[in-house]
Write a protein that binds this ligand. Structure first.
Ligand SMILES: [Fe+2]
Length: 243
């Protein structure tokens, strides 16, 4: 499997606070069946002031130690970008590491605020589209507005948004509503990716295998493989090269 969303780089956001804990998470990810992993620390103005200048050096340290520790998991660098006006400025300055390419578009992992779909998102998506960028929306199934009105995802999808469901939502780790919303999005074939969003060995582990087993039961092996391997592989080809 290929994981396109997680918080494993240490001491840069709300992921692990030490290198040892980060390496423990990587070992867990490897044991869970994850072969390739794109590190996506938060870029959240006012909370986690990251951009490529903080992410790149921290990533290099982690990657070097992972290799030294004998881990086989392949690593690449990205970011999870909070929806904000600053995003446009950061994009102009090329401060945002992309998580790959999809149908000729650069892709950024976009985090919406949890309570609602922000006003102006349609314009933002159109603005991104004109710049050959498509967002991958992180865990839409955990957005409160989408939990109530999942059909409100359609205007975003129509403007090029791709969707990433978080693995834990599928077996119900984030509650029944998130699970039901994940299933609704999957039933409507709107989801391209399942990713771990791992933060912590116990509280938020990299648990993609458990999700894959549930997906097998819901939709069968082909769909599970598309969501956890084939689509993430297509997306991250520009980062990792041939699988
Ligand atoms: Fe995240």
């Amino acid at each position: 499997m290929i994981d396109i969303h997680n918080h494993i780089i240490p001491a840069i956001d709300d992921g692990p606070d030490t290198l040892d804990k980060a390496l423990e998470l990587l070992a867990m990810a490897e044991a869970d069946g994850i072969q390739r992993l794109v590190c996506t620390p938060h870029m959240h103005p006012g909370r986690y002031e990251n951009d490529i200048s903080t992410i790149a050096p921290a990533f290099d340290v982690l990657a070097a130690h992972a290799k030294e520790a004998g881990l086989k998991i392949e690593l690449a660098m990205g970011a999870e970008v909070r929806f904000s006006d600053e995003m446009m400025f950061q994009l102009r300055k090329e401060r945002i590491p992309m998580i790959g390419e999809w149908e000729g578009y650069d892709c950024l992992l976009l985090e919406l605020p949890h309570p609602n779909i922000p006003v102006g998102i349609e314009h933002m998506l159109e603005w991104l589209g004109k710049r050959q960028i498509r967002p991958v929306i992180a865990h839409p199934e955990r957005n409160k507005e989408l939990m109530e009105y999942p059909e409100r995802i359609f205007p975003l999808v129509e403007r090029g948004a791709l969707l990433q469901v978080t693995a834990g939502s599928i077996p119900g780790s984030f509650g029944e509503k998130a699970q039901a919303t994940a299933r609704w999005l999957l039933d409507h074939e709107l989801v391209q990716f399942v990713a771990s969003d791992a933060h912590h060995a116990k509280r938020r582990p990299p648990a993609m295998k458990a999700a894959a087993e549930v997906l097998d039961g819901w939709y069968g092996r082909d769909v599970r493989e598309r969501l956890t391997l084939t689509n993430p592989d297509l997306l991250t080809f520009s980062l990792f090269g041939k699988h």
